[in-house]
Ligand binder design. Structure first.
Ligand code: FES
Length: 161
């Protein structure tokens, strides 16, 4: 995969934040840029990032697969990460995941056929006291997500396809 000059310019701005011999420190930022532009990080994109940063492709793949904010395949317009880690499990995080999946007719990690929603279980999102919690599109934390609030969320998002 060939990176566009615009993408390379964005990469360069990230690389410039680190000493010249540590450009691979920009790997997370470069992967985030790829995802922002393409919606997910494909194996070809990982290879392109690796080549740009002078890293082994497997090292880039390790980063992509370690953090679940990186999408390894296309996802819906709205990605819902429902925390199912232990503290949230104790406050109905698992039930929240099942409720969302049931409402949307998908399995965990599945997407709706219209491409609007992807639902994923998530590790701790750092808001355990607010359980159940949902992270929307890797950016917006939603707290105290009772079934009623989840239904409201889904209806609101469906109204903005
Ligand atoms: S365990 Fe769910 S936010 Fe921490």
């Amino acid at each position: 995969m060939e990176l566009s000059s615009a993408t390379c310019a964005r990469f360069e701005r990230e690389v410039d934040k680190y000493p010249a011999d540590q450009k691979q420190s920009a790997v997370m930022a470069c992967l985030a840029i790829v995802q922002q532009e393409q919606g997910h990080v494909s194996p070809a994109a990982e290879d392109a990032v690796a080549a740009y940063l002078g890293m082994p492709p497997i090292a880039v793949h390790e980063v992509t697969t370690f953090y679940n904010m990186y999408n390894q395949q296309p996802v819906g317009k709205y990605k819902l990460n429902v925390c199912t880690n232990l503290p949230c499990q104790l406050r109905d995080g698992d039930k929240a995941l099942k409720h969302v999946c049931s409402r949307l007719g998908v399995e965990p990690y599945g997407s709706t056929p219209d491409g609007l929603f992807t639902v994923q279980p998530s590790e701790c999102l750092g808001a355990c006291a607010d359980a159940p919690v949902v992270l929307l599109n890797d950016r917006q934390m939603l707290s105290f997500m009772s079934h009623e609030r989840l239904d409201e969320l889904l209806e609101t998002l469906k109204a903005h396809p």
